[in-house]
Design a protein around this ligand. Structure first.
Ligand SMILES: NC(=O)c1ccc[n+]([C@@H]2O[C@H](COP(=O)([O-])OP(=O)(O)OC[C@H]3O[C@@H](n4cnc5c(N)ncnc54)[C@H](O)[C@@H]3O)[C@@H](O)[C@H]2O)c1
Length: 323
């Protein structure tokens, strides 16, 4: 789909990060956008940013509060779009919303594990189910599912368990790959891409805490403080001697570094994703780090979870997170 002007795009998780930048770039190309998020204030800010430039006449930007892990809410989101965008079809579906967390099967609670898995996997599955009828009605359609490098490599380093997110992102990749054949046979006017970003500078770490806690506060809950201590201890830091304020400070610093030390910004990532969509590429690796991990895991799959595999790779691409 080379020309996005006049099309209708749906974005989940449009409140911040890559979802927000996708919205801004789509609007700049004259594409109508409908986005959802769990945060009404983040959605309002994305809409404001989209409207900074003068919009083409008649272009629609609508925002909708919906949690993608809840099918009812996604169906309501779809119905609101039909009404507010006055349409029975959409052309682009970005299943982008996601959070981290739920890393360990042993240490983390089942609620947290399933919150992460349900958002990252069921968000994509329910999103596709909800909007498929509207994509089928369009002359052309494109489903863009955001997985991760954790969709083919289930690690963010040897000291951090990462089970829920990796399981969900592998599922997103498998689903998107299987859709290539299903769509080619049954709906050839619809394409599907799987997006696999490396490290992108977004607020996902802070947003994960908020979504897991179910509020929009920057303060850590008791549980999050306990988890941060455990994580520091696993990384060889004597966290027992640290005050709560010191632990919070370390977490805030990690969130800041995740954004500032990333090799790619959310806006650059959104451009790579849209270029991939326009070129009809079904696999979109985002960032040089993502391309390198992809090559390395294929080269030496048996070593992929060895400690020195991570260390060599992190040094090579300049990854400072998780060390
Ligand atoms: N940032 C990275 O390094 C990176 C790397 C690989 C993959 N990803 C993936 O990219 C996607 C976008 O992440 P990002 O980095 O832009 O993070 P982000 O936190 O900036 O944006 C994600 C947005 O999704 C929203 N969201 C979370 N849970 C939701 C739910 N249940 N329903 C609706 N909205 C919800 C958040 O409020 C947030 O606005 C995610 O799927 C993430 O897993 C990110």
């Amino acid at each position: 789909m080379k020309d996005l002007a006049g099309r209708i795009a749906v974005i989940t998780g449009g409140g911040t990060g890559m979802g927000r930048e996708l919205a801004r770039q789509l609007v700049a190309e004259g594409c109508n956008v409908a986005m959802c998020d769990v945060s009404a204030s983040a959605l309002a800010e994305t809409k404001r940013l989209c409207e900074v430039e003068r919009l083409p006449q008649g272009l629609r930007i609508t925002t909708h509060v919906a949690d993608v892990s809840d099918e009812e809410q996604l169906l309501r989101f779809r119905d609101e779009i039909s009404e507010q965008q006055a349409t029975d079809k959409i052309h682009l579906l970005f299943n982008n919303a996601g959070i981290g967390g739920g890393g360990s099967m042993i240490v983390h609670g089942r609620d947290e594990w399933e919150r992460t898995f349900n958002i990252c996997w069921f968000g994509v599955y329910y999103g596709t189910r909800a909007f498929l009828p509207m994509l089928l009605k369009a002359d052309r359609g494109h489903i863009v599912n955001t997985s991760s490098v954790n969709g083919f490599w289930a690690s963010v380093g040897p000291t951090i368990p990462h089970t829920a997110y990796s399981a969900a992102k592998f599922a997103v990749k498998g689903f998107s790959e299987a859709l290539q054949t299903d769509l080619r046979i049954n709906a050839p006017h619809i394409k599907c891409s799987v997006v696999m970003p490396g490290h992108i500078g977004t607020g996902i770490a802070a947003n994960t805490g908020k979504v897991q806690a179910g509020n929009e506060s920057d303060a850590l809950t008791e549980k999050q403080l306990r988890q941060a201590r455990a994580r520091l201890t696993a990384a060889g830091v004597d966290a027992a001697k640290m005050s709560d304020a010191q632990v919070e400070q370390v977490v805030r610093e990690r969130v800041r570094r995740f954004v500032e030390e990333a090799p790619m910004t959310a806006a650059q990532a959104a451009t790579v994703i849209l270029d991939g969509v326009k070129a009809d590429r079904w696999r979109i690796l985002v960032g040089e780090d993502a391309k390198k991990i992809d090559a390395k895991v294929r080269e030496t799959p048996e070593q992929a979870y060895d400690i020195d595999f991570f260390q060599k790779f992190a040094a090579e691409v300049g990854w400072k997170i998780a060390r």
